[in-house]
Design a protein around this ligand. Structure first.
Ligand code: URA
Length: 222
């Protein structure tokens, strides 16, 4: 870790994942984004179109952390712009949160897929790929210093709270991550899209919106 990044690590939120990151790049968000575009820390860059870095104001009080970009995000270079992004937008709207005020990113910043003819099938990044990417999320956390973190899905939740975290049991509960930083995890929109029965989908959607409303209330409470 460089002198500067060690200093930043000390002054930012002491979130376990920032401590676990091998090397935390320094710089403003624009500079981090440019550096991440050339990241070769794991093999995922090779087949992906581009790095999908986080987006949103550096002053955001809330950071939303997804899992990894999908095919649409890979092509556009922006997080949550595909089908799960549309559902997320709807849930944010229903919860009274303004997407443009949030910082939105992913635990892993490259699309991982298997090609089946012309189709690119999403594949989950493995533990090594997740660990290699942790430096970028740690760097984003240190720059943005959000008060509230929201993990979408199990990968994001375990990145925030450790591998023992079970989203099915601990969803929607605030946890202290540092004296001035807390986080909760909730359902990933793409998990909802995969549900076959409308009744179950509606119930989970209501839980997702309920969790995001908790975030909106915490934001309003200051
Ligand atoms: N799923 C994610 O976790 N992130 C995205 O950006 C898109 C889909």
């Amino acid at each position: 870790m460089s002198k500067l990044s060690r200093k930043q690590a000390g002054s930012g939120p002491r979130i376990p994942l920032a401590k676990r990151a091998a090397e935390i790049p320094a710089g403003a968000l624009g500079s981090l984004r440019r550096k991440a575009a050339d990241c070769r820390a794991c093999p995922l860059w090779e087949h992906a179109t581009q790095t999908v870095f986080g987006e949103g104001p550096a002053s955001a009080a809330v950071m939303l952390i997804g899992e990894q970009p999908g095919s649409r995000e890979d092509l556009e270079g922006r997080p949550f712009v595909g089908p799960s992004g549309h559902l997320l937008d709807q849930a944010l709207h229903d919860a009274g949160l303004d997407r443009s005020a949030l910082y939105i990113t992913n635990a892993v910043k490259h699309f991982k897929f298997a090609s089946r003819g012309k189709t690119r099938l999403h594949q989950r990044a493995n533990a090594g790929e997740q660990a290699a990417c942790r430096r970028w999320l740690a760097a984003e956390l240190l720059r943005v210093k959000p008060r509230l973190l929201v993990g979408l899905g199990a990968m994001a939740a375990q990145t925030m709270f450790g591998n023992a975290f079970r989203i099915s049991h601990e969803r929607g509960e605030w946890r202290e991550l540092a004296p001035d930083t807390r986080g909760l995890a909730t359902w990933h929109p793409s998990a909802l899209l995969r549900l076959r029965y409308a009744q179950e989908r509606d119930a989970r959607y209501a839980e997702l919106v309920g969790d995001l409303q908790r975030v909106a209330r915490a934001l309003d409470a200051g």
